[in-house]
Design a protein around this ligand. Structure first.
Ligand SMILES: [Fe+2]
Length: 191
């Protein structure tokens, strides 16, 4: 028996522990989360449970914050026509799996030399459809935006650590202005 009511979620946490116990190099470690998360988001019981999660802008649900390895598992429930400002996740990794609905992912590349404080030029590199079942990897400091493309979408995030403890850069694509954020409002959710 694990600590959660959804068996696939307990299994996921067990598999994450086994995976992190290997002490792999950073890139390999995070790429190795992809198949684990892909399996988790194919689970019908998790999908069923997620239908009851309240949809609210600016909120991220806390599903698990690991006491041993510090990784964080969250959930985002997107509103209709949700558009995210381009942003990065600072020094942390995020493995991002779409559990329900449809999203569109944009990945940008910085084209200026970073010498001007509070300013950045970004170029769109990839725009990809992200239907349910898609898992994207967002390495540290990569500007991107995940937008909703259906009336409601749900994503599961697996992060290096709990958000709020590091600065994220927010990019205004029109003016080039940048700012920092400490992320979304975190709300515990029992699953
Ligand atoms: Fe993001």
């Amino acid at each position: 028996m694990g600590q959660y009511s959804i068996p696939a979620f307990n299994e996921f946490i067990d598999e994450m522990h086994e995976h992190f116990a290997k002490g792999l190099p950073e890139v390999e470690q995070w790429e190795g989360v992809r198949p684990l998360l892909r399996k988790l988001i194919s689970d019908d019981a998790l999908l069923e449970a997620s239908k009851g999660w309240e949809r609210k802008k600016g909120r991220e649900y806390i599903l698990h914050h690991d006491p041993e390895y510090d990784f964080f598992v969250g959930a985002l429930v997107r509103e209709p026509k949700h558009t995210a400002m381009a942003h990065d996740h600072g020094p942390t990794w995020t493995i991002y799996g779409v559990l329900d609905g449809q999203e569109v992912t944009h990945v940008y590349e910085r084209t200026d030399d970073g010498s001007k404080e509070g300013y950045a030029e970004l170029e769109l590199k990839v725009r990809s459809d992200a239907p349910a079942g898609t898992v994207d990897i967002v390495p540290p400091h990569i500007p991107h935006a995940e937008n909703g493309n259906s009336p409601r979408s749900v994503a599961i995030t697996v992060r290096t650590t709990k958000p709020g403890s590091y600065d994220q850069v927010m990019f205004n694509l029109e003016t080039g202005k940048t700012g920092t954020s400490r992320g979304l409002v975190l709300v515990p959710l029992a699953i």
